[in-house]
Design a protein around this ligand. Structure first.
Ligand code: NAD
Length: 367
């Protein structure tokens, strides 16, 4: 089998790294990589060649690939060059873009969507969402520190004492927990909030304070994802967030609802009451944002507060993001590629059943 890897057109990461290419050779799986695909992740063509990959032009990679793996979904011209019935692995986000499933089925490709891998213990080692969210949480705090006109840690100097920065993390999932850990490491005082009560223990184990609003909706049936809350809960929550936000120097927001717009947690009115110089990093900006004033892929200033809207901060650490992504892919491939390099798509397998969204001309996903 031949895997094709492209240079991502608008992303600094690359879908496989040389270590994983070497492991794939033991399975009789060949890898062809587009020229310069790893450059932004500090992986040269010769690093890939040394690991056994072949370097080629984009069109040659596409014409030879039995399986194409990309970080962002391929553009239409990619499918024109692919072999019929090739397997395409990417994060297609069918829950946000349901029309993509029919398009893929019409293209006759087998589409495996990494963001549909179920959140079960067995699949944890394949979970690219978690790997990337963790990097984003880390990078969000570094970015906030960079924009903040003040120190993060408490400092006692001959010229006076500097109090520590106050950090508020909204959404204490994978990204939020890494943001908490990073903010603590550089000396911030951290509070965090989540609708899932299970997050309380995790937040506290990192040395941060958990802020609680009573009466959250049960999310046990949502496959590890949060659910939308009642109007009464949202109002109580906004009141509490407003009080905390007024005192915060940094707010990192990470709250997402699968297939729905992100909940507004920081209103325009709250921003108006924040300290001048404060920074908000909104990791949910691609689905509308947790801050009413954030704009996706933009840094805006409102009432003296800097608001950074970016849901793709993982690519800001491309070397390790690519390494973790590639390792997740290797673990995922073990589900349906035999050690002899044969494709074995058992669509009854729980992981494959959830993540295969198009096969044999049929859409496999219903919202
Ligand atoms: P996510 O990206 O879907 O959401 C981020 C966080 O925002 C979540 O903690 C969510 O509860 C929170 N949130 C949503 N709405 C909110 C609101 N209105 N107010 C405040 N917070 C809100 O979630 P995630 O970070 O990917 O993961 C959440 C949980 O799922 C974590 O406990 C994680 O460990 C678990 N998980 C398990 C697996 C697995 O077992 N394979 C994989 C991924 C995640």
């Amino acid at each position: 089998m031949q895997i094709g890897i492209l240079k991502e057109p608008s992303d600094r990461r690359v879908a496989l790294v040389p270590d994983i290419v070497k492991q794939l050779q033991d399975w009789n799986v060949k890898v062809m990589v587009e020229h310069d695909a790893g450059a932004a992740s500090a992986i040269s063509d010769s690093d890939f060649k040394d690991s056994g990959a072949e370097i080629a032009e984009r069109s040659v990679v596409l014409q030879n690939a039995d399986m194409l793996i990309t970080i962002t979904p391929p553009s239409q011209e990619v499918y024109d060059l692919l072999k019929p019935q090739a397997v395409v692995i990417s994060s297609f986000e069918p829950f946000n873009r349901p029309e993509v499933v029919q398009e893929l089925a019409q293209r006759q490709v087998t589409a495996l969507s990494l963001d549909m891998i179920p959140r079960i213990t067995l699949a944890q080692s394949m979970d690219v969402l978690s790997s990337m969210a963790s990097i984003a949480g880390y990078k969000a705090v570094l970015l906030a520190a960079d924009y903040l006109p003040r120190y993060f840690p408490m400092l006692t100097t001959a010229a006076g004492t500097i109090p520590p920065a106050k950090v508020l993390v909204l959404g204490a999932g994978v990204a939020g927990l890494q943001a908490i850990a990073t903010a603590k490491r550089i000396g911030g005082v951290v509070e965090a909030f989540d609708t899932r009560l299970a997050a309380k223990e995790e937040v506290e184990s990192l040395g941060a304070k958990f802020v609680m609003v009573e009466g959250a909706q049960d999310d046990k049936e949502a496959g590890g994802y949060a659910v939308e809350q009642t109007e009464e809960y949202k109002q109580k929550q906004q009141q509490l967030i407003r009080e905390k936000a007024e005192k915060a120097d940094v707010i990192v927001t990470t709250a997402q609802l699968r297939g729905k717009p992100a909940p507004i947690l920081v209103t325009a009115e709250t921003v108006q009451k924040m300290k001048p110089g404060a920074v908000i990093v909104d990791l949910a900006s691609s689905t509308g944002g947790n801050c009413e004033l954030s704009e996706d892929q933009q840094v805006v200033e409102a009432h003296g507060v800097t608001i950074i809207g970016n849901s793709n901060l993982a690519q800001g650490v491309p070397m390790h993001a690519s390494q973790l992504f590639a390792k997740n892919i290797m673990n995922y491939l073990k589900v349906f590629v035999s050690e002899e390099g044969e494709l074995n798509l058992d669509l009854e397998n729980e992981i494959l059943k959830s993540s295969c969204i198009a096969h044999d001309g049929h859409a496999q996903y219903a919202q």
